[in-house]
Design a protein around this ligand. Structure first.
Ligand code: CP
Length: 315
């Protein structure tokens, strides 16, 4: 695997899932693989789970890790080709990425969208320029439109929690929020579930919150949450801002919060969320503190997902 920016970089998804499960069973089996190699993690935005789980994963493989908070500690970067750099941007991505490629063996990047220009965000120009100019494998720690490490952990969690001889029904439901959030997690989850191909997949959202078709793919699309939840084995709860009316909260219907009343419509579904989650806005306490929530083991699986991916990138 050359880079890990989306599921499209994964030649063997089933193999990657097996590898992650194998690392969960035996975390230190490849502790020599990364000896003498360094993972650099550049954060342009906050993170807890991705930052720590990926460091643990790298160390399980024997790697050194350097974490760099670009906004706080770095020079402001220019990404425009041909820019006349007379403003506050001090360094061009062409030099910055190339220099990082001299020091590191794998480069992780977290870069959220600005949510003002859809074409710019969906071109993924930030992470793609790191990949272009660093000349080393680049690992997405969540980009403008995708969060593949999260999605791999999500599929892993679903696989572990479903042992029946039939396809699970997975429902990803929009939920209300107080802030404008990217589409990266739902885009990515949809892309991975579609690529996995082993589930009946429904996306339900209020009208106007449809995801980009390139990620929703063949999922069944619904606007009626109660109808969509019928018979669900897994409910993935997540807020996202509008793709059509880009980066906007077009309505915030609080009745879409996930509660025990909603859970009762499902097939005793396991409830998932990528975290962080705003309690009693997105998901009610009664769910997060109840027996159907699997958000903590889901977050725990971030380590094994990252370890499997790093192992492939080190090859
Ligand atoms: N789910 C997730 O990526 O969490 P962090 O933003 O804390 O890394």
């Amino acid at each position: 695997m050359k880079n890990f920016l989306s599921v499209e970089d994964v030649p063997d998804l089933t193999g990657l899932l097996h590898k992650a499960l194998a690392y969960k069973a035996e975390p230190f089996v490849d502790k020599q693989l990364g000896v003498g190699k360094t993972l650099g993690m550049l954060f342009m935005n906050p993170s807890m789970r991705t930052r720590i789980s990926t460091q643990v994963a790298a160390r399980n493989l024997g790697m050194e890790v350097i974490v760099f908070n670009v906004e706080k500690d770095g020079w402001q970067l220019e990404f425009a080709d041909g820019a006349i750099m007379k403003g506050d941007k001090t360094e061009h991505i062409k030099e910055a990425a190339a220099v990082l490629g001299q020091y590191l063996q794998v480069l992780g990047i977290r870069s959220f969208p600005k949510l003002t220009d859809r074409n710019e965000d969906y071109s993924e120009h930030v992470i793609r320029q790191f990949a272009k100019y660093s000349n080393i494998p680049v690992l997405s720690l969540e980009s403008a439109t995708l969060h593949p490490l999260q999605s791999l952990a999500d599929i892993l969690t679903i696989k572990e929690n479903f042992q029946q001889p039939r396809r699970p029904k997975i429902v990803m439901t929009w939920a209300p929020h107080v802030k404008v959030l990217p589409q990266a997690v739902p885009n990515s989850f949809a892309q991975w579930v579609n690529a996995w191909g082993e589930a009946d997949f429904v996306i339900v959202q209020p009208e106007g919150y449809e995801l980009a078709e390139q990620f929703a793919g063949n999922a069944t699309i619904e606007n009626n949450q109660d109808k969509a939840l019928q018979g669900a084995d897994f409910v993935y709860v997540k807020n996202w801002s509008s793709y059509k009316n880009y980066g906007k909260i077009i309505r915030n219907d609080t009745s879409w919060m996930f509660t025990n009343k909603k859970l009762a419509l499902t097939n005793n579904a396991k409830v998932m969320h990528c975290l962080p989650v705003r309690r009693n806005i997105v998901i009610a306490d009664e769910i997060l503190d109840g027996p159907n929530s699997i958000v903590i083991p889901q977050a725990g699986n971030r380590v094994w997902a990252a370890q499997a991916v790093l192992s492939e990138l080190l090859k």
